[in-house]
Write a protein that binds this ligand. Structure first.
Ligand SMILES: [Zn+2]
Length: 247
């Protein structure tokens, strides 16, 4: 039952993270002005801002001008709801749940920002790193050293990849792996490196097949890293033990 509440909490927060990820990188306030249609500027009444439901009722269009409202909005809301519920299921009512919900939240906000602006804004990433360091000092279920090692090695490996790829990999993604390391620990970081490149490759290929991406056109890698890190946070230990069982 508690899980359902965490799902609804996640829906509400997800709706807020859409706003944060869209507005903070542009230096806008996240509380004012109230939400408007990007196209016609009409102010949206409360009933048009209900997570997921409003998007479905309005079939993804603005009621007055008919402009499309991106499917990213409801997807971010549902995903945040599911991640919150799973974090509760995975961690239970423990200090670590605070870290879990915080990590999920930051990764969702940064993914939204990266999708819209093709960059990972430092003004969100840096303060988030500081908060995560403090949270990790309080709660470190895998032992504190593994989180330090994850951060250093995740950053180091990505830094090398960025050097070798000469701009193919953004420096924002490199710094993001410092956060990921603190969040999931060393083994989790290595799994996230692998899983995020798998997700990124699949997404890139299918976008190319669908004709939504020109050859050599870059696309944001942050959302793949965010999704991979969250999945590893939730299920990494299960995968690791399965792997060692097979050996
Ligand atoms: Zn409109």
């Amino acid at each position: 039952m508690m899980m359902v509440w965490f799902f609804f909490l996640g829906l509400l927060f997800g709706s807020f993270y859409n706003v944060v990820g869209m507005r903070l990188p542009k230096g806008e306030s996240i509380v004012a002005p109230p939400s408007r249609c990007d196209n016609c500027g009409r102010r949206l009444p409360a009933w048009e801002l209900v997570p997921v439901v409003s998007w479905l009722v309005l079939r993804g269009k603005c009621r007055s001008c008919g402009a499309r409202v991106s499917v990213v909005y409801p997807l971010v809301e549902v995903a945040t709801g599911i991640f919150f519920a799973l974090a509760f299921l995975h961690v239970g009512l423990h200090w670590e749940l605070l870290t879990g919900l915080f990590g999920v939240s930051v990764l969702v906000v940064l993914s939204v920002a990266d999708l819209h602006y093709q960059r990972i804004p430092n003004k969100i990433l840096y303060p988030s790193m500081v908060v995560l360091v403090l949270l990790r000092a309080l709660s470190h279920p895998l032992g504190i050293m593994t989180y330090v090692e994850g951060a250093v090695i995740g950053f180091g490996v990505m830094f090398l990849i960025a050097l070798i790829s000469r701009g193919g990999m953004g420096f924002g993604d490199v710094k993001l792996f410092f956060f990921v390391g603190l969040f999931v620990g060393l083994a989790g970081t290595l799994m996230t490196l692998f899983l995020s490149s798998l997700i990124g490759t699949l997404v890139g290929l299918s976008m190319r097949v669908a004709g939504k991406l020109k050859p050599r056109q870059p696309f944001p890698f942050g959302p793949s890293i965010g999704l991979a890190a969250i999945l590893v946070y939730l299920y990494g230990e299960v995968w690791l033990s399965l792997y060692f069982h097979m050996l």
